[in-house]
Design a protein. Structure first.
Length: 67
């Protein structure tokens, strides 16, 4: 069984464990509204919360009923 000859330093270990993080966030376009948003995130558009092209929460009806 293989054993390390020298202890791996914390810095060297952490450098190896890092991964490339993209600088700019990835932007998707909603198929329903055409609104740009972050991937895998719900987004608000005209009082409605959309995720994957479907309405999750509709606050526009509540605002109309209160007025």
């Amino acid at each position: 069984m293989a054993h390390p000859k020298r202890k791996t330093s914390k810095t060297r270990r952490d450098k190896r464990r890092t991964h490339y993080k993209p600088v700019a966030p990835q932007i998707a376009t909603c198929p329903t509204t055409g609104e740009p948003h972050l991937f895998h995130r719900a987004h608000w558009f005209e009082g409605k919360l959309y995720y994957r092209g479907q309405v999750l929460i509709d606050n526009s009806e509540k605002a109309e009923n209160l007025a």
